[in-house]
Design a protein around this ligand. Structure first.
Ligand code: ZN
Length: 332
């Protein structure tokens, strides 16, 4: 299975697997990983490569630059039983092409949740409907790169289709690493006011406006947050998570989902997991975040199975928000 992987990649994967096995999990579900057409990905990498000189400060050396097949294989070797292919247009006319590519990628890539994207353009609602009918399990929207208002009337029908279908949307709407005209909690709050049942997954935990996005999650029970890059040494230098908000993370423990930004990260994959662990919110919280919450959301088989009766370490550890503490039995 791991025919492409080097010795050091296999050793790294063994370390990652030790992490989730230690929690008694059957693997990880990573809701925020990037796979996209090669020439688009090269442009994304070029952006990060240039960041140091552009900002005169922050370097963003990408850790995982292997070719596509090897990257997917490495992710599976880490134990990601399900992951996404986050991709996003920056102009009209791109979404259909990206969605076609992503549908094919999901077909040929075991473990990949069929991902789609959208853009405010005439016909957006129809395109989103087509993608849902074709089996899209999750969408990605990028308010900063797309430079659009998520409350744009051109998207209203599309949000309606997604809310109706219950298909989650991972949305980069926080103002990190750089703000955009429509980033921050205001514009997306207007979308939620119109579509309160929309299953939004706020990427990067809303970095750096963490607390504003926690407010939204507390107000709307279908809003979730992904952990992508949050709490890592890298993110803490740029946008530290406020310690006073830790109890709120615990309270929302059934709606926080592991995301990593693999492969576009300037540190090893394991660091994201350890960054979650060192929050000290306990094993039950970690199990929910690293696997169970997303498994339930996506109706993955094996959700919670194979460990419920193990007793494990960690039971009775503090920090649990109510919902996480309760043992989730297979939802469906
Ligand atoms: Zn990302």
């Amino acid at each position: 299975m791991n025919r492409h992987l080097t010795e050091s990649a296999r050793a790294e994967a063994a370390d990652v697997r030790r992490f989730w096995k230690g929690l008694g999990l059957p693997g990880l579900v990573d809701v925020h990983t990037h796979f996209m057409p090669e020439r688009v990905l090269r442009k994304v990498w070029a952006y990060f490569d240039a960041l140091g000189s552009l900002t005169g400060g922050i370097e963003w050396p990408i850790t995982y630059r292997q070719e596509e097949g090897e990257r997917a294989e490495l992710l599976r070797e880490f134990g990601a039983v399900a992951f996404t292919a986050m991709l996003y247009p920056h102009k009209p006319g791109m979404a259909r092409w990206l969605n076609g590519w992503a549908a094919d990628f999901a077909r040929r890539t075991p473990g990949c949740l069929h991902t789609s994207t959208l853009f405010p353009e005439p016909g957006a609602e129809g395109l989103v409907g087509e993608a849902v009918a074709a089996g899209a399990r999750v969408f990605k929207a990028h308010v900063q790169v797309g430079a659009y208002d998520p409350a744009d009337p051109l998207l209203d029908g599309a949000w309606g289709v997604l809310a109706e279908a219950g298909v989650p949307v991972v949305i980069h709407c926080g103002s990190g690493p750089a703000p955009g005209k429509y980033t921050g909690p205001g514009p997306i709050a207007r979308v939620l006011a119109r579509h309160p049942r929309l299953r939004l997954i706020v990427a990067h935990l809303g970095m750096p406006e963490y607390e504003d996005f926690l407010d939204l999650a507390e107000r709307y029970p279908q809003v979730r947050l992904d952990t992508t890059m949050a709490f890592t040494d890298f993110a803490e230098r740029m946008a530290p998570f406020p310690r006073r908000a830790l109890p709120r993370l615990a309270g929302l423990g059934d709606r926080i989902l592991l995301g990593t930004d693999f492969p576009n990260i300037p540190y090893p994959y394991l660091h994201q997991l350890e960054a979650l662990e060192r929050l000290g919110l306990g094993s039950a919280w970690l199990r929910a975040v690293c696997h169970d919450n997303a498994a339930r959301l996506f109706g993955l088989r094996g959700d919670g199975s194979g460990r419920g009766d193990e007793g494990g370490d960690g039971s009775g550890e503090g920090g649990g928000g109510g919902a996480v503490g309760r043992r989730e039995r297979r939802g469906r």
